[in-house]
Each structure stands twice: as structure tokens, then as C-alpha cells.
Write a protein that binds this ligand. Structure first.
Ligand code: NAG
Ligand code: NAG
Ligand code: NAG
Ligand code: NAG
Ligand code: ZN
Length: 606
């Protein structure tokens, strides 16, 4: 009976999680629905009123935005034409033509049609004329011209002026920003950049500077060829941020424990300091915000589905240190330049290492020490995986992220550097990561038998026509859950659940297991299946190993990756011992084997 109760309890747990996921999805859909309904109603109203917005191309659409030319247009109206305001449809028409679009204006005589082309001529053509004239004027004060590649590709007039400027030795330097756009290997190829090759061919005495924030050597070589640059220096600033402390922690499975953990950090070592918590979903961000607020922390949430005013308000209050923490989705990114962000906590892992680097990199812009703490939870692998399933290399990128989390022996900086074609040695880390702070030794553990057992469970499920979620697989392994899914004689090792999860993640990365997605009308669900490398186990001699922490008396006290550094620091600051020590006993380390399914890969080459 006890066993049956266990099984029922754990199935209930599984059901709870599914309900939770469906409810999140429901929330999302409801929100979408309300946005769409609003839009549709707006369209109906507008068409009733004879005006309209994005639903068609009528003039009202041009009434919405603040265009860059607004000041100039008004100026010209008042100073040149000596008029106080526009007549109906004049400004709309001017806006359209200034935006470079075509427009037919039907207006009775005397309505003011001519203004609609005279005024733009003053505001734009005149300026271009002036620039063109200045380019060949020996006494001009003009020093810099900003020009789009499109213009160089298409305007003969501009090229002829450049030619004159060059002959007059007034044109000496070319700067190509976002130079990676030249290359089709780059992630942001723009065909017009190809035309820029003409510059060096035509004006060989100029010197060229190419600038970019992201490019592999491959992309740079390609760009060099396209720009017809024969020889060039390449300077690459390091991506290393020496003042950032990187740490991965086990994510507590219980929500309250997890919040407690975070609160302890915020009220402890980050007392009075500013930070960001990144969450997987909008729902997560709202829930975490409420939990933190209930515990007296000044937190605000930020995600894409909020009204622009609310977003601005949160950002502003946080910048002014009225809010200590922003609990956000990845929507919180652009334009964040607060220098004194002392911590960035990842409530769930990012979807790729590049994303993680960028998000965590919002800490410590002032070059003072700041912490980047990532909470690694087994379940998150599959949440993120279902989200990125449609992306080209989404799963591969995610597995690199998982591999980073699983790796608790190698310096975090070394691991991050691999994603940017860089080599940083672990001495350069200066003990600024959890793995470098550890003082433990590792051993290789033979885990072949575990893999065989898991495959037995999956095989049996297949025969029963059952699909196993990761949760069900672990349950069955641990002798829990539906009894028909268990296999006689399969007994999980006596290890904490987190360790079993890490073993399964290890098999997943090594492709002994694989994910299999199922698309319902409401959600994408990830199941685990036997992976392509499982047949290697047909050979009795095949051995799978995993690096584990060596079990000795002394390191039993030292404790895990996650706990070690932070607990030390907390103790110093708070002057007390943490009660969480025992909880995070974790004896496993991922093995040092070379073939972690996620191989190094560059964004630009993807
Ligand atoms: C046209 O653009 C101006 C300047 O950005 C803007 O203020 C105005 O609302 C727009 N007006 C119309 C009628 O489209
Ligand atoms: C370009 O450089 C060469 C060699 O220094 C020089 O002879 C030539 O006059 C220069 N031409 C222009 C337009 O600057
Ligand atoms: C590893 O474990 C498997 C299964 O228990 C066993 O057959 C094999 O001999 C072990 N190999 C080594 C190298 O210990
Ligand atoms: C940890 O990372 C290092 C460096 O990439 C790699 O050699 C090692 O195999 C990794 N360990 C695990 C357990 O993946
Ligand atoms: Zn390190």
C-alpha cells in the first residue's frame, strides 16, 4: 500500500506539473487573445470612423509615429513658408514622401498640394545638395559623412563626388561599421555591403577601418576579400570580463526553498545592491516578483507583454535604485547600461552560451566585482528545448549550455572562451569562478550499467506504446510512478535525485538518449528515447564513464560546486553558518570524455 501511495503521489506530482504548464500556456494564449481582440476591434472602429491604422494604408497610419524629420518640417513651415500649421492631409503626405514611399494625393485646387513637395525638397534634397557641394569644396568644414551601403551601391552622383573629393585629397579614410555584414558566413549578411569593394579599388590611397562586435576569423577573412583590402591588422579585444564571478548552482526542486535561497542572497551578500534575475517565462517572472515582494524585497517584473509605460516605469525605478531587483525575461536587454549591477541571477538557464554571456554580462559594467549565478535545473533543459525546437541549431546551442552547467571541474572562463574562438587560461580567472575555487579531486566512475538500465526501461515503454517524459523515466528508474513502466531488476543507485538527473543529462549530451518532441495543439512536449549511440552498448566491452567527486572524509565537508564559494562568502558577510549545506550534497561530476554531444560551434558559422 505504501508503495502504491508513493506511486500515486508521484503521478499526482507529474500531473501537477503538466497542469502548471498548460495553465502557463493558457495565460499566454489568453493574453494573446486579448491583444488580438483589441486590435480587431480597433480596426473595426477605425473603419467605421473612416480612418484606419495598420489594417490598411490610409493616412491615419502616418499620424502615429514620431519621425526624425519632425523638427525640420515644422521649422521650414514656419520660417520659410511663414505658415502656422498644416492643412488636412499635408503632413501625412509629407511624412509618406519623407519616408521614401510613393503617394498619390487627391486634393482640390487651393488645398495646398504644392507645399507637399516643396517642403520635403527643402528638408531633404537641399541637404543632400549641400553635402554634395561641401564634398568638393576645398574650404569646407565637413569632416564626416554617414552613408548607407545602399547609397554607394546605387548613387552615381555620390560616387562622382567622392571621386572629386579623393582627387582633392579631402577623402582619406573609410570606416565600415558592422563589417561582418559583408560576409555571407556572418549572421547578418546584407547584400549591399558587397558593393563596398569598389571603395578600395577606386580610392586605393584611403585607409579603411572595419568594426564589429561579433565575428569569427572566417568571417573577417571573407569581409577583407569583399572589401578588397590586401593586407590588414586584426585587433580583437578579449571577451573576458575579469571582474565577473561565474557560478552554477543546483536549482532547488521546491519553489519555496528556491525563493528562500534567492532571498538569502539578496538580503545577505547583495544587501542594498542592484541586480537582475532572468527567468524563462513571463509567468515565472511575475511569480518570482510577487514571492520576492511578499518577503519585503523591492522587486519589479519586466517582460515583453507589459505596456510600454509599465516597462519604462520599472526600468526607471530600478535605475534610480528605488527597485533593488528587476525580475525579467530576455526582453530586458536593450539599453540597459546601469553600471553598478552587482548580481545577475539566472532563475533558469539561457537558451545558448551566447545568450548567457550577453545576459550575465549586464553585471559589473563599472568594472567592480559582480556575480553571475546560474541555477541549473534538470526540468529546465526540456522547457527550453521545447521552446527552441523550431530553431535551426536550437537544440545544439542548448546542449552547449547544458554541458556548461554539467561541467563542474573546468574553469568557467575556459568554458565560455571556447564559444568565442578565444583561449583564456584558468590562471587568468584568478579564482573568479566556482570551479576554480573548489579544492576537490575527481575520479572516473563507470556508469555503463546505469545506461543499460535506462535503455531497458525505454525499450519496455516502447513495447507498451508509452512515451516517457524525463520525469517518468526517472520515476521508473527510482521504482516510483506507474508500476507497469518499471522493469524488474532495475534499481537506481542510492544517490540524491539531482545526481540521477545529472547522469541522465550526461547520457543525453553523449547521445545515448535523445529527445523526441510531440506537438499537441497546446504545447510541445519533450519525451526521452533511446539515442543513436545506444547501440554501442551491444558490445560488452563498451564503457561509459562520468567524472565524479572523489569520496573522501575531507571533501564530505567541503561540499558542492554551488555551495562552496558562495556559502563561504555568505558566512563571512552574515557571520553565521548556512543551514543549506546538507541539502546540496552532490557527488557527481560530469566525465572528462571528449564527445559531449554538444560540440563547440560558432554563431557566425552556423
Ligand atoms: C507626421 O510626422 C510628424 C513628425 O514626426 C508627427 O508629429 C505627426 O504626427 C505626423 N503627422 C501626420 C499627420 O502624419
Ligand atoms: C596616391 O598615392 C600615390 C603613391 O603614394 C600617389 O602617387 C598618388 O598621387 C596618390 N593619389 C591620390 C589621389 O591621392
Ligand atoms: C564497467 O561496468 C560494466 C557493467 O557493470 C562492467 O561490465 C565493466 O566490466 C566495467 N568496466 C570497467 C572498466 O570497470
Ligand atoms: C569540461 O570541459 C572541458 C573543457 O572543454 C572538457 O575537456 C571536459 O571534457 C568537460 N567535462 C565534462 C564533464 O564535460
Ligand atoms: Zn575559473
Amino acid at each position: 500500500l505504501t508503495e502504491e501511495l508513493d506511486s500515486v503521489t508521484s503521478e499526482l506530482h507529474a500531473v501537477d506539473i503538466q497542469i502548471q504548464e498548460l495553465m502557463e500556456r493558457q495565460q499566454e494564449l489568453l493574453q494573446k487573445k486579448s491583444v488580438l481582440t483589441k486590435k480587431i476591434n480597433q480596426c473595426l472602429e477605425d473603419s467605421d470612423a473612416g480612418t484606419s491604422n495598420e489594417c490598411d494604408s490610409s493616412p491615419a497610419a502616418w499620424n502615429k509615429e514620431d519621425f526624425p524629420w519632425s523638427g525640420k518640417v515644422k521649422d521650414a513651415l514656419q520660417n520659410v513658408f511663414k505658415l502656422q500649421k498644416f492643412r488636412p492631409l499635408q503632413l501625412e503626405t509629407i511624412n509618406v514622401t519623407m519616408a521614401g514611399k510613393e503617394v498619390f494625393l487627391v486634393m482640390p485646387t487651393g488645398g495646398g498640394k504644392s507645399l507637399c513637395y516643396q517642403l520635403p525638397a527643402l528638408c531633404s534634397d537641399e541637404h543632400v545638395k549641400w553635402v554634395h557641394a561641401e564634398m568638393v569644396n576645398k574650404n569646407s568644414k565637413l569632416k564626416l559623412i554617414y552613408v548607407t551601403p545602399e547609397k554607394i551601391a546605387k548613387s552615381k552622383m555620390f560616387m562622382s563626388r567622392l571621386e572629386k573629393a579623393y582627387e582633392a585629397r579631402r577623402f582619406t579614410r573609410i570606416a565600415v561599421d558592422e563589417v561582418h555584414c559583408c560576409s555571407q558566413w556572418g549572421h547578418d549578411f546584407r547584400p549591399d555591403y558587397k558593393a563596398l569593394g569598389i571603395l578600395k579599388r577606386q580610392f586605393p590611397n584611403t585607409s579603411l577601418i572595419g568594426l564589429t562586435a561579433t565575428a569569427t576569423n572566417h568571417v573577417l577573412k571573407d569581409a577583407q576579400k569583399i572589401l578588397c583590402v590586401e593586407k590588414c591588422f586584426t585587433f580583437t579585444a578579449s571577451f573576458n570580463r575579469p571582474n565577473l564571478y561565474y557560478e552554477v548552482r543546483q536549482k532547488p526542486s521546491n519553489t519555496e526553498d528556491f525563493i528562500e535561497d534567492i532571498v538569502k542572497l539578496i538580503n545577505g551578500r547583495y544587501k542594498g545592491q542592484s541586480g537582475i534575475i532572468y527567468c524563462f517565462s513571463q509567468k515565472d517572472s511575475e511569480q518570482v516578483t510577487v514571492s520576492l515582494q511578499n518577503l519585503g524585497i523591492h522587486a519589479g517584473s519586466y517582460h515583453a507583454n507589459m505596456e510600454p509605460e509599465d516597462k519604462t516605469k520599472v526600468h526607471t525605478r530600478w535605475s534610480a535604485n528605488e527597485l533593488q531587483v528587476v525580475v525579467a525575461t530576455v526582453a530586458f536587454g536593450m539599453g540597459i547600461d546601469k553600471p553598478d549591477v552587482r548580481f545577475v541571477i539566472h532563475h533558469s538557464m539561457s537558451k545558448s552560451m551566447e545568450n548567457y554571456y550577453q545576459e550575465s554580462g549586464r553585471a559589473g559594467r563599472d568594472d567592480m566585482r559582480a556575480d553571475c549565478i546560474l541555477y541549473y535545473g534538470f526540468g529546465d533543459i526540456f522547457r527550453v528545448s521545447s521552446m527552441v525546437v523550431m530553431e535551426n541549431v536550437g537544440q545544439q546551442k542548448l546542449y552547449e549550455m547544458v554541458s556548461y552547467c554539467q561541467n563542474i571541474s573546468k574553469c568557467r572562463r575556459v568554458l565560455i572562451a571556447q564559444h568565442f574562438d578565444e583561449v583564456w587560461n584558468s590562471e587568468a580567472c584568478n579564482k573568479m569562478c566556482d570551479n576554480c575555487c573548489k579544492d576537490i579531486s575527481f575520479e572516473k566512475k563507470n556508469i555503463t550499467e546505469y545506461c543499460r538500465d535506462l535503455i531497458k526501461i525505454l525499450k519496455q515503454a516502447e513495447e507498451l506504446n508509452e512515451k516517457l517524459t524525463p520525469l517518468k523515466l526517472i520515476d521508473s528508474w527510482m521504482g516510483k510512478g506507474a508500476s507497469k513502466l518499471r522493469v524488474a531488476g532495475v534499481v537506481a543507485p542510492v544517490l540524491p535525485r539531482e545526481d540521477l538527473e545529472k547522469i541522465i543529462a550526461h547520457f543525453l549530451l553523449q547521445q545515448y538518449l535523445k529527445e523526441d518532441y510531440s506537438f499537441t495543439a497546446y504545447a510541445t512536449i519533450s519525451y526521452l528515447k533511446i539515442g543513436p549511440k545506444a547501440n554501442l552498448l551491444n558490445s560488452e566491452a563498451h564503457v561509459i564513464t562520468m567524472q565524479v567527486k572523489k569520496r573522501t572524509q575531507s571533501n564530505f565537508k567541503v561540499e558542492t560546486s554551488e555551495a562552496y564559494h558562495s556559502e563561504q562568502a555568505d558566512k563571512k558577510r552574515e557571520g553565521k553558518t548556512s543551514g543549506n549545506f546538507q541539502k546540496s550534497t552532490n557527488m557527481l561530476q560530469q566525465s572528462g570524455s571528449k564527445n559531449t554531444g554538444a560540440k563547440k560551434r560558432k554563431i557566425d558559422d552556423a
